[in-house]
Design a protein around this ligand. Structure first.
Ligand code: GDP
Ligand code: ZN
Length: 314
């Protein structure tokens, strides 16, 4: 703490440590601790953590400690289910300007089910998202072919893709530029090169992975995943997420799911039945597009898988 903290005002949650929160009056980076005063849970929220990284809050500050007195309505947020077969939800970050889902054609393997769950979550909660293919320096003919197929599927669905390499620096400047003046979420399974990429964007950053959470733990009910916001030297803030699994939509209606697939949303107006689940209904425009090859079968199977999974929660 190098400057005095005004005794009250508005700030953003940049970290949750378990016992308290760290706040900063963004875009100023001057972090101070705070606890929650009283009951400030947002109305209607089922989330287990009342305050998330990215939340704008009102605070008062005295004797070196802040107190969060109110939480502002969220522009958007990303959520995941707390545990398998649980309806409990955990907000992992809020007020995100842009999400970057980092994947790789090399190691670790990219699971489409995971990618699609992440993308639909972003659609459902109104977070713009770009898919970042990292480790392109490793691309030989086979990996390049895989990348081509991947680009075909997701580019075709309407997503923006960016191919980078944290090692050679390819397109790292593009990513850095895109993050300027924004709050960006960096996501992806562990090992895809998130920390390497963030380091490449800003070598001065010291990433601290507060809780590298084991697979076993992640299945547990009371796991807390610690997300943390960092300032980029070139401007903007990134939220680093520990490797995530079990990402999931919460409480979507069956008829709604296809609206979170942009390529389905584009054609579903032409389905004969409304609402249409695009499974058994005659005159379905989504199935017609599938047959015509304009909707990827892989994406459609992901959709079916998610519908099926949703059934388990009912
Ligand atoms: P994180 O778990 O997503 O933060 O991944 P790390 O940044 O720790 O990277 C995981 C491994 O991938 C490390 O061995 C990195 O050196 C390697 N790695 C990260 N980015 C690249 C890249 O662009 N190219 C290559 N060849 N390896 C990379
Ligand atoms: Zn349909």
């Amino acid at each position: 703490m190098n400057q005095a903290i005004p005794s009250k005002g508005e700030a953003v949650v940049v970290k949750h440590t378990g016992s308290h929160y760290l706040l900063s009056r963004l875009p100023e980076w001057n972090v101070f601790p705070a606890v929650i005063r009283g009951k400030i849970r947002l109305k209607g929220s089922t989330a287990t953590n009342p305050v998330a990284v990215g939340d704008r809050v009102d605070y008062i500050f005295e004797d070196g400690m802040g107190a969060i007195t109110a939480i502002h309505p969220r522009k958007n947020y990303i959520i995941r289910r707390s545990a398998n077969l649980s309806r409990e939800a955990h907000i992992i970050a809020s007020n995100i300007d842009h999400a970057y889902l980092i994947v790789t054609m090399a190691f670790p393997e990219t699971k489409m089910a995971f990618v699609d769950r992440f993308l639909t979550t972003c659609e459902a909660y109104g977070v713009p998202v770009t898919i970042v293919i990292n480790k392109t320096d490793l691309h030989d003919e086979v990996l390049e072919q895989m990348a081509g197929a991947f680009r075909g599927i997701y580019g075709g669905a309407g997503y923006e893709l960016l191919e980078v390499s944290a090692i050679t620096g390819t397109n790292v400047d593009v990513l850095r530029e895109r993050c300027r003046g924004k709050i960006s979420l960096m996501s992806g399974t562990s090992g895809v090169g998130k920390s390497s990429l963030i380091k490449a964007m800003d070598p001065s950053l010291e990433l601290i992975r507060t809780a590298e959470i084991s697979q076993a733990h992640l299945q547990g009910r009371h796991t807390t995943t610690f997300y943390e916001m960092y300032p980029l030297a070139t401007g903007g803030f990134i939220i680093d997420s520990p490797g995530i699994r079990g990402f999931g939509l919460v409480d979507f209606k069956k008829e709604e799911l296809s609206t979170y697939f942009p390529e389905m949303l584009r054609v579903m107006d032409d389905c004969r039945f409304k609402p249409c689940t695009h499974t058994h209904e005659p005159g379905c425009a989504v199935k017609a597009a599938l047959e015509a090859g304009t909707i990827s079968p892989d994406r459609y199977y992901s959709y079916l898988g998610m519908l099926e999974e949703e059934n388990k929660y009912r």
